[in-house]
Write a protein that binds this ligand. Structure first.
Ligand code: IMP
Length: 434
């Protein structure tokens, strides 16, 4: 009987999903990425060596794993090739046995990036703070049915030229309106056809492969999300969101298979909260607590290098994320960052329209809303070298147990450092997936 795990971030992204995917991929056969694109930055550290992945699934460091990039990921071919080449240089094998990309995945083109950039400039103070990777405009073309797909750049110049004819004029009008330089079909064709040729060997029906694996007897399949629940285009802090469906239930629909029968959803939560870009973040701390979290936690974007906004854990928002994802167990990352902070605040509810609320919806963040904090006892001991739950400092255990009871969900993994080896796994996740 096959088993699968869906790994999903339950805050605003950067929860440490890459590390958890890499860890669990050590015992998996397939890792399938199902949304987003090169806006993601998944950091994996093994024996002190850091690898940052943007589009390739975080299972690539296990040579036995097949990594799949599904049809709803928006692929930037040049950066995907860079990623393949830098992994190869680092001695990691990336060939068609290890990586398969769906030919129907939409391609990020130069006009998508320019539009992204120009729109952000035009928004001024109201900017979303996008990663500038062209993600929003590429998804717009997908739903407008004007997208260019990998199969279009891998099937020769005539086909690509034809696809571009249907869309480029309109995109150029918009770019010029926003003060940018328009593009010609020729320049795109000449730069993208070689990229399509290079990627051709990786193209294949990822959905059929997943279906086959999920139907086989002993396969272990990981579904890897990018960004986080509060950045979901429908369920997040709209309009300050990304343009894809980031939640766990989207994994199967976007990958092209029905719901597997033995799936478990793992919700990944950082021991505090961070966010990059603009938009509501009610527990953001603009004082020393926030600064210290940023410095100690190395809270700078893996994709853009931007400093992350930092603040207290937000239990009501997490409860919402547990619901929309159907989280079965949760994972806490970066618990080590809280060592030495002294007592720290946690948001346990909100004051909203004269009431105290403990269950929220992100649209409430558009109103005046005030977090209610409870102060938790801190701990000074380092978590270095701790490999069992029992050995954690008592206040850390109290903190974890309180999160678990507030989320009405059991804890499965505690990450206590960047390296793959820094962590405590409380039960075998594959055995729980039934
Ligand atoms: P976009 O995905 O580049 O369009 O950016 C939209 C919003 O999502 C911005 O606030 C970004 O900072 C945020 N975002 C996109 N990708 C990530 C990620 O991988 N981690 C955290 N935030 C992200």
């Amino acid at each position: 009987m096959s088993r699968s795990l869906t790994i999903v971030g339950i805050q605003w992204g950067d929860e440490g999903k890459g590390k958890i995917t890499d860890l669990l991929a050590q015992s998996a056969h397939v890792v399938a990425r199902y949304q987003g694109g090169a806006n993601a930055g998944h950091t994996v550290v093994v024996d002190g060596k850091k690898t940052v992945l943007h589009q390739i699934p975080s299972g690539i460091l296990n040579p036995e794993v097949l990594c799949l990039i599904g049809p709803s990921v928006v692929v930037d071919p040049a950066t995907l090739i860079d990623e393949i080449e830098s992994l190869t240089l680092a001695g990691i094998k990336v060939d068609s046995k290890h990586l398969m990309v769906h030919p129907g995945a939409n391609v990020v083109l130069p006009y998508h990036k320019r539009l992204d950039e120009r729109r952000e400039l035009a928004r001024g103070a109201k900017k979303i703070g996008t990663t500038g990777r062209g993600i929003g405009p590429t998804y717009e073309d997908l739903v407008a049915r004007t997208g260019v797909r990998l199969q279009d750049i891998a099937s020769g110049p005539d086909r690509l030229r034809n696809r571009l004819k249907d869309v480029i004029e309109e995109r150029n009008v918009l770019i010029s309106h926003l003060g940018g330089e328009p593009f010609t079909i020729d320049e795109i064709v000449s730069s993208y056809i070689p990229l399509g040729d290079r990627l051709a060997e990786f193209l294949g029906d990822t959905g059929a492969r997943l279906y086959e694996m999920c139907g086989s007897d002993s396969a272990r399949v990981l579904f890897e999300s990018a960004q986080g629940t509060l950045l979901d285009v429908v369920h997040g802090t709209y309009p300050f969101v990304t343009s894809s469906f980031t939640t766990a239930p989207a994994a199967f629909a976007l990958s092209g298979i029905g719901t597997p029968s033995n799936n478990m959803v793992l919700g990944v939560v950082k021991a505090y909260t961070t966010r990059v870009g603009s938009g509501p973040f009610p527990t953001e701390d603009l004082g020393t607590f926030g600064d210290d979290l940023r410095n100690k936690g190395g809270e700078f974007g893996a994709t853009t290098g931007r400093p992350r906004r930092c603040g207290a854990l937000d239990l009501p928002t997490l409860r919402y994320a547990i619901r929309v994802n159907g989280v079965d167990r949760f994972v806490v990352t970066k618990l080590d960052v809280l060592s030495g902070f002294g007592d720290f605040p946690v948001c346990t509810g909100y004051r909203w329209k004269g009431n105290v609320v403990t269950d929220i919806h992100p649209s409430m963040f558009d109103d005046d809303i005030e977090p209610i904090y409870e102060i938790f006892e801190g701990w000074n001991d380092s978590l270095d070298g701790i490999t069992t739950y029992e050995d954690l400092p008592r206040p850390a255990k109290i903190y974890l147990e309180r999160i678990s009871s507030e989320l009405r969900t059991e804890l499965l993994i505690i990450s206590t450092g960047f390296d793959r080896s820094n962590g405590i796994i409380l039960a075998n996740p594959w055995q729980l997936a039934k």
